[in-house]
Design a protein around this ligand. Structure first.
Ligand code: GLN
Length: 473
């Protein structure tokens, strides 16, 4: 498929039009959405209106924007005014947000064309998109396998050439892991770089919105368009969007990159091979590779599965049958709340609410939540120590290639382990990118992860680009 950068160039020059690009995207969605279940909702009317507006600007000789005419898929936990927004949950059934997320407003201003809302694990809790109330999404590269999750629909949209770019959210790995399993680029930006106004909260101290793309340049262009301070989000960083696409070709000469054993050990052989191959490519491009161990990373999963459910149990208290979506009537308010939540939430969401409520309950708070916060501080310190010695870190994104649908749904621990390599970055609030690199079992893509300190996105993209070039893209 044509890249976003090429699409913008074609639309701006008149070689193509936003409407033609939209037609191509809608055609690809029509061809495979029944099979793959990527989109929960396709907004043909809104997309057409936006495409017309972009084409009109071109006709008038006005600047149509940095994403002019580029179709984009939106994870269905991002609010778009008037468009059904479900979080793949029955509890939000019928709810149409009265406002749009800041990222949607910025996309529209940049000339992008949001085509619809993509499937996810309910409330972004999961790693396979099988926890959706509306059925799983299938991996476009092999429909007997999962696309990863929770942003599985957005990753699949890009992998299936339905849209050149997409937005997801990453709380513990939900952009990078599905990107890895679908063979596309996925970016978890620095906490606060992208406004979360209008992102339905899962775990507020961890959630970040970020891009999916087929190539590094497109990811950089998309992140530039959505990043930068927003007064509607109190956690938003104070500065404007950084310059990223201008640095994609900066290379890695002279950089020191830490190859972290704890982000590789335990992965399948073909994933280990991919990481080692990537290290060699970066070395050949002039970087120094430093073997290192950061044992604190191994504590991330346990800390995350206290902190994220604790925050989720609080965030999800608002779904009470009164303010949004579903209501199941009963004799009194308490019974109505209970009946609504029993019917509206799926099993994984209920499991998280129970875990989180328990971890926060009187008498257990210090033993669980307090301990997990201390681990989080250790993690932040461990990253800081590493970055005194190296510029970036390298490891695997996920332990295996895409697994079979149904193979982990009944074993939550096995599913949680999918995120063992991605969670540390969420706990530290820093940045990381997953890049397809190498091939594994059944010809499926493997991926590597590049991690960097806060605000290191430009450096991460430059390193990711070196790997992309080595893969012939
Ligand atoms: N898979 C992890 C979880 O289930 C991370 C999800 C995410 O990043 N939203 O919590």
């Amino acid at each position: 498929m044509k890249s976003a950068a090429q699409t913008v160039a074609d639309v701006a020059s008149g070689a193509s039009s936003a409407n033609e690009e939209l037609d191509r995207s809608l055609g690809a969605i029509r061809a495979r959405n029944d099979e793959l279940n990527v989109f929960l909702y396709v907004d043909e009317v809104g997309a057409r209106r936006q495409a017309d507006a972009v084409d009109e600007k071109v006709r008038r000789g006005e600047d149509p924007g940095v994403l002019a005419g580029v179709p984009i898929a939106i994870k269905d936990n991002l609010c778009q005014r008037g468009i059904p927004t479900t979080c793949s949950s029955r509890i939000l059934e019928g709810w149409r947000p009265p406002y749009s997320a800041t990222v949607i407003e910025r996309l529209l201003a940049a000339g992008a064309v949001p085509v619809g809302k993509t499937n996810l694990d309910e409330f972004a809790m999961g790693s396979s998109t099988e926890n959706s109330a509306f059925g799983p999404t299938k991996n476009p590269l092999d429909p007997t396998r999962v696309p990863g999750g929770s942003s599985g629909g957005s990753a699949a949209s890009v992998a299936a050439d339905m849209t050149p770019i997409a937005l997801g959210s990453d709380t513990g790995g939900s952009i990078r892991q599905p990107a890895a399993l679908c063979g596309v680029i996925g970016v978890k930006p620095t906490y606060g770089l992208v406004s979360r106004y209008g992102l339905i909260a899962f775990a507020s101290s961890l959630d970040q919105i970020g891009p999916f793309a087929k190539d590094v340049r497109d990811a950089a262009i998309l992140l530039e368009a959505i990043a930068g301070h927003d007064e509607m989000d109190s956690t938003s960083l104070p500065e404007p969007a950084p310059s990223l696409s201008a640095h994609v070709d900066d290379g890695v000469a002279g950089k020191r990159i830490g190859l972290v054993r704890d982000l590789v050990d335990g992965a399948d052989d073909e994933v280990v091979d991919a990481v080692e191959g990537a290290a060699q490519v970066l070395r050949d491009a002039g970087a120094t590779i430093v073997e290192m161990s950061i044992p604190e990373f191994r504590l991330g999963l346990s800390a995350y599965y206290i902190l994220a459910p604790a925050e989720a149990s609080s965030n999800l208290a608002r779904y009470d049958g009164v303010r949004y979506g579903l209501r199941v009537d009963a004799d009194d308010v308490t019974a109505m709340n209970e009946a609504t939540r029993t019917a509206g939430f799926g099993d994984e969401v209920k499991r998280r609410i129970m875990l989180g409520t328990y971890a926060l309950s009187a008498g257990y708070f210090d033993a669980y939540y307090g301990q997990a916060l201390k681990v989080r501080t250790m993690m932040i310190d461990a990253f800081a120590r590493a970055y005194r010695d190296v510029d970036l870190l390298l490891g695997a994104t996920t332990p295996s290639v895409a697994f079979k649908l149904g193979s982990k749904v009944s074993d939550p621990m096995a599913m949680y382990l999918s995120d063992i390599f991605t969670i540390p970055t969420n706990l530290s609030g820093e940045a990381a990118v997953s890049v397809p690199f190498g091939t594994g079992e059944a010809g499926l893509p493997t991926a590597v992860q590049l991690l960097g300190p806060a605000r290191s996105e430009a450096r991460l993209f430059a390193a990711a680009r070196i790997l992309e070039i080595a893969e012939g893209r």
